[in-house]
Design a protein around this ligand. Structure first.
Ligand code: MG
Length: 270
């Protein structure tokens, strides 16, 4: 008999719990509609309009409306000057080569350059080229790099017929993530990188609470698929996680006469 009492009590508790659980009710408004999609498992809609909404309206972006860049992009380099850039070590005027063809070239042993403006999450477009005249091998052939937040390197390297450690090859997240493919064009021709970067987040004590992520499309080929940034990308040592806010975008002078060139750089803040 005791067992039946016990079972009855259990059933009563379950019934009460179910009665008090709130069932989400679909209401008007975008946020609620999103919740409805994710959580509301009520009646199946019977009209198409029940699953259609009209806000928020995406802004119109002309994909070539800003001198060939998207109309809402910030053009960082269009070949005319270094106005958006500075030397990374002392914020002085850029001394890299400004070429007649609308590109720039690393000036050896002068140091990295960086944007004067600081960025957080971005979509970044960069075109780069390693010199047609091949010199040296491995990491010393056409090595440069693009540092997101000034800290996390997407590798630039002439990797054609030039093997190196795969987590340091072209389009690697240096020493962290091997690219999914090697999608370089022939040496001396222009490569494109389209990068989507979400910066890591830190709490007020400086602890990382959310990792950053990087996606890279190299000449139209997905090579880094939303990979997690483990920390900084040093040549020697483990990744480190210093707290930071917005930071500059930095281009690397590898210091070995890499003669890597860049052109057509623009960024969209996300
Ligand atoms: Mg590099």
């Amino acid at each position: 008999m005791k067992q039946y009492y016990f079972l009855a009590i259990i059933l009563l508790i379950v019934a009460c719990k179910q009665a008090t659980e709130e069932v989400p009710v679909p209401v008007e408004g975008i946020a609620e509609e999103v919740i409805v999609y994710e959580e509301y498992m009520g009646e199946e809609p019977t009209e198409p309009e029940q699953t259609e909404f009209y806000e928020p309206v995406p802004p119109i972006v002309n994909p070539i409306g800003n001198n060939g860049a998207p109309s809402d992009a910030i053009v960082l380099f269009d070949g005319s000057d270094f106005d958006m850039w500075e030397m990374a070590n002392d914020s002085s005027a850029v001394v890299w080569h400004l070429n007649d063809d609308g590109s720039m070239t690393v000036k050896d042993k002068t140091g990295d350059i960086q944007t004067k403006q600081k960025f957080g999450d971005v979509q970044l477009h960069v075109e780069w080229r390693s010199p047609a005249e091949i010199q040296r091998e491995g990491q010393n052939r056409g090595n440069s790099g693009i540092f997101l937040s000034g800290l996390y390197e997407v590798q630039v390297l002439d990797n054609n017929d030039n093997d190196t450690y795969v987590n340091g090859q072209v389009a690697s997240i240096y020493k962290q993530h091997v690219p999914l493919a090697k999608a370089s064009v022939p040496t001396g021709e222009w490569n494109t990188y389209d990068i989507i970067y979400h910066a890591p987040e830190f709490n007020s004590e400086g602890g990382k609470i959310k990792s950053g992520t990087i996606t890279v499309i190299h000449n139209g080929v997905l090579v880094q698929d939303h990979v997690e940034i483990k920390g900084t990308t040093p040549y020697i040592g483990w990744p480190k996680n210093p707290a930071h806010g917005k930071g500059p975008l930095k281009l690397q002078d590898h210091g070995d006469n890499s003669r890597v060139s860049y052109r057509n750089i623009w960024v969209r803040e996300l």
